[in-house]
Design a protein. Structure first.
Length: 425
C-alpha cells in the first residue's frame, strides 16, 4: 500500500512542489512486523507560496480564477500521482529508493523511448498514441480518435495494404481523400481526419520513428460552412407558437434558455434552481446569476440570467424545465421550429441516412427547421449579441478559449456586419 502527497518546501515566492511517497514494507525483524518509509523527490510543477498555503485548500472559493487554478493544479497532481503509483506497483517495494523515485518523476516529464518497440504501422501506432496520452485525453477525445482509427481500418482493408507511418505523404492524402469521398464523408470531416493523421506522424517522428520527407507538404484546409442561427423574429415565433403537446413546450423552453445563456447542452440541461443566486449590481439592484462548472472545460462559470429566462422559470415556480436526452432534444426542437414556421430555405449541413446504420453530413439548401440542432442556441447567443455586448464579455459567457474560435460561431456574413458598422460612421 502506497500513497503520495505534495509539499511546498522552498523559501522562495514561487518554486516546484516536492513529492513524498509513503509506503510500508512487511518485515518480521521489526517489532511491529513492518516498517514505514517516506521518500521525497522534486516535481516540475511550480506554484506560488501564497497560492499553496492560502488558496489551494480553500473549499468552494468564490474567486473563479482561484477555483480554475485549483482545477488545473489538481489535475496535474493527479496525473503525477497515477504515474508514480503505477510504477510502484511494478517494482518490489524493498527496491524503492530516492534515486528510483526521482527517476520515475523524470520519466513522467520525459518518458523513455524504445524506438525498436514502437510500431511502424499507422493503425497500431494510434493505439500506442492513446496509451501515451491517456492522462491528457478526455473520454470524448479518445472516442473521436477511435472513430478515425476504425475509418482507417476500413480504408486499409479496401486498399489491401498496411498503412505505414513513413508512407504518409501527399499521394497518400489524395488516396485517402478519394476513399472518404466515395463513402460520402463531408469535406471538413475528411480535413479533420487528415490533420489528425499528421498529428500522429509528428508524434511518431518526435519519438524517433521515420516519417516521409514530404509529410510537411500535406495540406488540409477547412471549407467555410454556413452557421445557422435564430433571428429575433425566429425567437419571437418560437416563443409565441401554440404547441399541441407538453413535451414540446418543455423543449421549447430549453431552446429559449440555450439562446439566452449561450451554453452547451451538456451544461444547460443540468441547470437547477439551486444553482441560482442573487447579487446586487452597481445600482444596488438584485440580479439573478447562475453558477455551474462547465462539463467540457472544468471551468467554474457565473452567468447572468436574461429576463426571458426568468420568465420561463416563473411558469414552474422557479424551476427549470424537465431534463431530457440529447437525442430527444435534437429531435423535438426540429418539431418546435417547424410548427413555429421556420420553413425558409437556407444553406447548411445536416446528417442524412444513406443506409440502415450509416449517416453522413450533407451540405445543401434545406428548410431552416431541418438544420436546427442543440448547438443553435450557442450560435444564436453569439450572433445576436455580437456588436451589442463587448466581445470579451461574450467570450466569457460562452467559455471559448480564443476570440478566433468565438468568431467562428458568428452566423452573420461580412456584409451583415459591415452594414451594422455603418451606424457608427
Amino acid at each position: 500500500m502506497a500513497s503520495i502527497n505534495f509539499l511546498y518546501r522552498s523559501k522562495k515566492n514561487e518554486a516546484p512542489l516536492n513529492l513524498r511517497l509513503l509506503f510500508r514494507v512487511n518485515n518480521t525483524s521489526y517489532e511491529k512486523g513492518y516498517k514505514d518509509f517516506i521518500i521525497g523527490a522534486k516535481t516540475k510543477l511550480e506554484v506560488s507560496k501564497k497560492y499553496w498555503e492560502k488558496q489551494h485548500y480553500l473549499k468552494r472559493p468564490k474567486d473563479i480564477e482561484i477555483y480554475n487554478k485549483q482545477v488545473e493544479v489538481n489535475q496535474e497532481l493527479n496525473r503525477i500521482t497515477k504515474h508514480i503509483l503505477n510504477a510502484f506497483k511494478k517494482i518490489n517495494s524493498k527496491e524503492v529508493t530516492k534515486d528510483w523515485l526521482q527517476l520515475q518523476v523524470d520519466y513522467y516529464y520525459d518518458p523513455p523511448t524504445e524506438k525498436e518497440a514502437l510500431p511502424k504501422e499507422l493503425i497500431k501506432y494510434i493505439d500506442r498514441y492513446i496509451e501515451f496520452k491517456q492522462n491528457e485525453l478526455s473520454t470524448t477525445s479518445i472516442r473521436k480518435v477511435n472513430v478515425t482509427k476504425h475509418k482507417l481500418q476500413r480504408f486499409e482493408a479496401e486498399r489491401g495494404k498496411t498503412i505505414l507511418i513513413n508512407e504518409i505523404n501527399p499521394d497518400f492524402k489524395l488516396e485517402f481523400e478519394n476513399y472518404c469521398l466515395s463513402e460520402n464523408y463531408a469535406p471538413n470531416t475528411i480535413t479533420r481526419e487528415i490533420r489528425f493523421i499528421k498529428t500522429i506522424c509528428y508524434d511518431a517522428k518526435y519519438k524517433g520513428l521515420e516519417t516521409h520527407p514530404q509529410l510537411d507538404g500535406i495540406k488540409a484546409k477547412y471549407t467555410k460552412v454556413e452557421n445557422i442561427y435564430l433571428t429575433d423574429k425566429d425567437l419571437n415565433n418560437i416563443e409565441n407558437v401554440f404547441l399541441p403537446h407538453s413535451y414540446l413546450e418543455n423543449v421549447r423552453d430549453w431552446l429559449l434558455i440555450s439562446c439566452y445563456t449561450g451554453q452547451r447542452i451538456s451544461d444547460f440541461m443540468r441547470f437547477t434552481k439551486k444553482m441560482i443566486r442573487y447579487e446586487k449590481n452597481k445600482e444596488g439592484i438584485l440580479k439573478p446569476l447562475i453558477e455551474f462548472t462547465q462539463k467540457k472545460t472544468g471551468k467554474l462559470m457565473t452567468v447572468p440570467l436574461h429576463p426571458k429566462v426568468m420568465d420561463i422559470l416563473s411558469k414552474r415556480n422557479g424551476n427549470f424545465p424537465k431534463p431530457i436526452s440529447d437525442q430527444k432534444y435534437n429531435d423535438y426542437i426540429k418539431e418546435v421550429c417547424l410548427l413555429a414556421g421556420l420553413t425558409k430555405k437556407v444553406k447548411g449541413s445536416k446528417k442524412v441516412k444513406i443506409s440502415d446504420a450509416t449517416y453522413r453530413k450533407v451540405t445543401g439548401t434545406f428548410k431552416k427547421w431541418e438544420l436546427v440542432t442543440s448547438h443553435i442556441g450557442r450560435r444564436t447567443f453569439a450572433t445576436l449579441n455580437y456588436g451589442k455586448i463587448p466581445t470579451s464579455f461574450l467570450i466569457y459567457v460562452t467559455g471559448h478559449s480564443s476570440e478566433a474560435l468565438f468568431l467562428s460561431y458568428i452566423g452573420k456574413s461580412n456584409k451583415d456586419i459591415a452594414m451594422e458598422l455603418t451606424a457608427y460612421f
